[in-house]
Design a protein around this ligand. Sequence first.
Ligand code: ATP
Length: 493
Amino acid sequence: SVPVSEVVGVEEGRVHILPKKSVEDTDKDFTVFYVKRCRSGGSYGLLWTLGRTQFSCPSRVLRDQWIKDLRAAVKNYGPLRPRRLLVFINPFGGKKKGRKIYYSLVAPLFELAGISSHVIVTERANQARDHLLKKDLTGFDGVVCVGGDGMFSEILHGLIGRTQQEAGICENDPSAALQPCSLHIGIIPAGSTDCVCYATVGVIDPVTSALHIVIGDSQPLDVCSVHQALTHRYSVSLLGYGFYGDVLAESEKHRWMGPLRYDFSGTMVYLCNRSYAGVVQYIPADPVLSSPRDRTRCLSGCSVCSRSTDRLVRHPSDSGSLHKSHYGHFNSHSEDEWVTVEGRFRCVSLTCMSSSCPRSPLGLSPSAHLADGTGDLILVWNTNPLGFLKYLYRHTGAQDQFDLPFVEVHRVTAVRFSLPSSKEEGEYEEIDKQKTPDSFLCGLCCATPPPVSVWNCDGEILPVTEVFCRIHGQLLRLYARGIEDQARHNCSE
Ligand SMILES: Nc1ncnc2c1ncn2[C@@H]1O[C@H](COP(=O)(O)OP(=O)(O)OP(=O)(O)O)[C@@H](O)[C@H]1O
């Protein structure tokens, strides 16, 4: 049996769609296409492929009746199935295969499902963002991003910005209750880093992602807004200061190396052995609901995220927005709710999701949730080079990266980062000299270590130090359903 909600389309005759369309037009046959699950080998989630079953009827009349009824059932059971999509393809993302991936694997599935799409192949960076901010979006049910995390970030900024513009909300105001976006985003992975896709679907596979779009899956997603003076950015996967900021800044100098630049820059920055002084303040999330060390995983149908959805009540007079019940009182947080820690850090990271990827299958924070309105703040205090290497290495396997004496993790709803006063910074340097050998190999990439780092905001450099960050629960919706539990589904190998 196949749930009607997972039927992709019904066609007359004997039809094949992938890898190439072929139709044998017979009077008494019809073909049903549906979602079929397979184990994905190394990945955490399930691969979806296009299953097909052919039926033969005794007469043409009966065949037509079957097709009519099945199509009506599919329509009734899929209220969120998109009918019209705006598709942005980055032709230069990853291995530059975005266009080919879309036209050979994705477009045939959209056609089968009766989805019409308006396709824009971008000609410059930020074209997709500007289009979403300024052009008429009437009639579209969702936006599809064919590219990597950088392209997704463009679309995220465009869509959130457009929604706030229309609602008359100032995005630069950190206390503003942002409006959730009404259009869904679908991600077709075609970049060199596809972390958001991996963390929300569990595999990096264009057909799997296209099928999630076609059946109108809906996965809410928390978003972190990062404010500095009168500017703002949004992040969903990694906001990192120190090591991750330095690696990104270094990698920008070596773009010609392609994806290899991240390994090269990671090694260089590691060898530089830097740490940075800072004051971190955060508002802890309710510890009763969940904890970053409870060893749970946010999977499809996650109960922690559903409780958060329940808290977001729909306002009767504003059908387009899930409302502010747990943000209305953001401003009422008094100063003494903020917890303050200060010292020297190897890195300070904030993530709204596990941030898993093929290299780190459990991610930066394995028990983080996609849509519970919180983020995980990871503080890695200054330590010796071997200790830090151990911390980094643990991301590649199943060992607990938080079970180290110099690592802390907190579930939070807001974070502030600032520089300590110069007197205090001197004190940290004294402590630092006692703890770690004088610059491990520093001099490889810098003569004198810089006093401050930059922020890595989902792969984009923020050349600022002091920031205010706030998590906005379920600001976005993706055409996804979170990672499916392999044990719950019968799949072919
Ligand atoms: N036509 C274009 N020309 C140049 N840059 C573009 C174009 N379209 C989109 N971009 C930009 O390219 C950047 C990288 O795109 P994308 O994330 O798709 O690929 P990627 O290979 O994963 O890149 P990276 O690893 O650098 O993030 C994005 O920040 C996006 O703004």
